[in-house]
Design a binder for this molecule. Structure first.
Ligand code: ATP
Ligand code: MG
Length: 583
């Protein structure tokens, strides 16, 4: 392609609202433009990269035995009502009505459509197993679309669905997809880690996420420094706390008889609304405090109790409650719904209709400090077993922290940020049971089809690749995703140079390479900057001086290496360099 006829609106300045490198660089490199928050056009250069990702995904899906289909983006509400997710998906789903008042959504995912496709056709165990996939635009009304293609309202996903006779078949299909995903991300030049994941609204029994480690990642991941344990923090659990750190020790340090006897006391704690304020005021360790977190779950007031030095894991809390929507209570809601005041809420004598769930570590506390449900007061000597009336359950609610013991080996956990590029789920029979997608087994008995679902964020992969491969001058595409492999820069306005560039351009194209020719009437500086910004792996510069010596200058974008090659063997030389670049 010749840049004189290209649409490549590059930007010198960093766009103000773009916070992370991939978003900034994809805008600056003229790859994408936003129509509105989270809604993008993929411009010529950007769309080529997306198509490269799609092609790699397609090849690996085909190789794994999956069959490509294309399902409707417009889905009817009826199937979602059958599966129970019309409510469950909540505000993330874009819904609308047609002229006859029939309800629809724009597909955020396609489990229901798959179940509908197969339920009338699959009759016998002989019809199973198989795997259907598509590469398609998905729509989700994200609460905070941001970071460009990373979290968009409209994005391209590859979604695959396996249909099996039984769990054993699902296990095999799941492993097959797992292996295909490893190959996809490797071929895309992405360094990914696989972590155990929460299955969220999908339901089902097992799930893994494929993560690109990056500071800008929105997911926190726990890795063991000693073994191979890796899990999304949403799901990660810590092993048992050993030795003297923590509340179990502090309780044991005291005389148990004295603990039991110690009566609750109300203490004046003016303006102490945070754990820090409280530590400064009454000199008690956060390990001996109970944080009472007020939430509203599907419009009912609920509280979570966790230790003062811990953070609540909202995903675990929501899973425990089985809630669809969970949000922190607004300070205005405290008096009426919680009979309390923001900053001073506590679990003693809360109104009866409030469900109280406590983290397991609360169980070990005996003389704890909590809010007194009265402005500027706290309670001390609170014994959860004695003083808090209705704790519905003690369960894991805390977010694991760096240094926590690994649940597998006891080693120390570390926390890193990651970008989720792929997610695989064992769904089991959640959808086939509710939607009656069944088959007859060898004994003529009706059985629900056992399903799995598998997603790759195609557009997010392109962004994650930039996040992982860039420098201060621009993008550094891994060759398999590069929109073009080679860019030729003729410098100056001599006709010999233009002619040599044109010849090389034709020759490389004939050799099957993807080539850009920067034949614009621009200064050398502009051409160099743009070539580096858009990240083409090989740059060939042709100027009058080197041409006199029958030479071209090569720059390898990744290493910055520059050297000359002979004009006569240039094409073969360039092919060889690209082959080396792949390795
Ligand atoms: P997230 O936790 O990031 O919101 P998710 O877990 O809801 O994602 P899945 O339902 O697992 O997403 O979708 C499969 C894949 O689609 C994800 O692994 C991710 O790569 C991609 N994806 C999901 N939401 C978005 C989005 N808003 N923008 C771009 N890609 C997305
Ligand atoms: Mg996911």
């Amino acid at each position: 392609m010749k840049l004189s006829n290209y649409y490549l609106p590059t930007l010198r300045e960093v766009p103000a609202d773009a916070e992370i490198p991939s978003h900034q660089l994809m805008l600056r490199a003229g790859m994408i433009r936003s129509l509105s928050a989270g809604i993008y056009s993929y411009l010529p250069l950007g769309y080529r990269v997306i198509r490269k990702v799609e092609q790699i995904v397609r090849e690996e899906m085909d190789r794994s035995g999956a069959l490509e289909v294309l399902m409707p983006a417009m889905q009817i509400a009826d199937i979602w009502k059958e599966s129970g997710r019309w409510e469950e998906f909540g505000p993330l789903m874009v819904r609308f009505k047609d002229r006859n008042e029939r309800e629809y959504c724009l597909g955020p995912t396609h489990e229901e459509v798959i179940a509908d496709i197969v339920r009338d056709e699959v009759r016998s165990y002989k019809d199973l197993p198989f795997n259907l996939y598509q590469i398609q635009t998905k729509v989700r009304d994200e609460i905070r679309p941001r970071f460009g293609l990373m979290r968009a309202k409209e994005f391209i996903m590859k979604d695959a669905y396996t249909l099996d006779r039984d769990e054993e078949g699902l296990d095999k299909a799941y492993q097959n997809m797992y292996d295909a995903y490893v190959r996809v991300f490797e071929r895309c030049g992405l360094d990914t880690r696989v972590v155990e994941a929460d299955s969220g609204a999908m339901g089902g029994s097992g799930s893994h996420e494929f993560m690109v480690l990056a500071d800008s990642g929105e997911d926190d991941l726990a890795f063991c420094t000693d073994c191979d344990y890796a899990a999304n923090v949403e799901r990660a659990e810590a092993g048992l706390e050993i030795s003297s750190s923590g509340a179990s020790a502090s309780a044991a340090d005291n005389d148990p008889a004295a603990d039991e006897a110690a009566a609750i006391e109300k203490v004046h704690t003016p303006d102490a609304t945070t754990i820090e304020d409280l530590v400064n005021m009454i000199e008690v360790s956060p390990k001996k405090m109970i944080k009472t977190m007020a939430y509203v779950a599907d419009d009912k007031p609920v509280v979570a109790l966790i230790r003062g030095d811990d953070q609540l894991n909202e995903v675990k809390f929501r899973n425990h409650l089985g809630a669809i929507e969970l949000r922190p209570a607004h300070p205005d809601e405290f008096p009426e719904r919680f009979g309390s005041v923001a900053g001073f809420i506590g679990p003693v004598d809360l109104p009866e209709d409030i469900k109280i769930v406590a983290d397991s570590r609360i169980q070990e506390l005996e003389q704890a400090v909590t809010g007194a449900n009265q402005k500027d007061y706290h309670l001390v000597n609170v014994n959860p077993h004695r003083d808090i009336k209705e704790i519905e359950a003690f369960t894991e609610l805390r977010t694991v922290q760096a240094g926590d013991p690994c649940p597998k080996c006891g080693g120390a956990l570390e926390i890193k940020s990651g970008i989720e590029v792929g997610h695989i789920f064992k769904l089991g029979t959640k959808y086939s049971s509710s939607m009656e997608a069944t088959y007859l087994d060898e004994n003529g008995r009706e059985q629900p089809i056992v399903m799995g679902s598998y997603g790759i964020g195609v557009t997010r992969v392109a962004a994650a690749a930039v996040e992982q491969h860039h420098d201060e001058r621009g993008i550094v595409w891994p060759l398999p995703l590069a929109p073009y492999q080679v860019i030729i820069l003729p410098l100056g306005n001599s006709s010999e140079v233009s002619q040599a560039a044109e010849e090389l351009y034709q020759e490389l194209q004939d050799a099957g390479l993807e080539v850009l020719l920067d034949d614009r009437d621009e200064r050398a500086g502009v051409k160099f900057n743009d070539a580096e910004l858009i990240g083409i792996p090989l740059r060939i510069t042709i100027g009058s001086r080197s041409l006199e010596k029958e030479e071209f200058e090569v720059q390898i974008r990744r290493s910055g290496e520059e050297f000359n090659i002979d004009r006569s063997t240039a094409s073969a030389e360039i092919k060889k360099l690209l082959e080396e670049e792949i390795e």
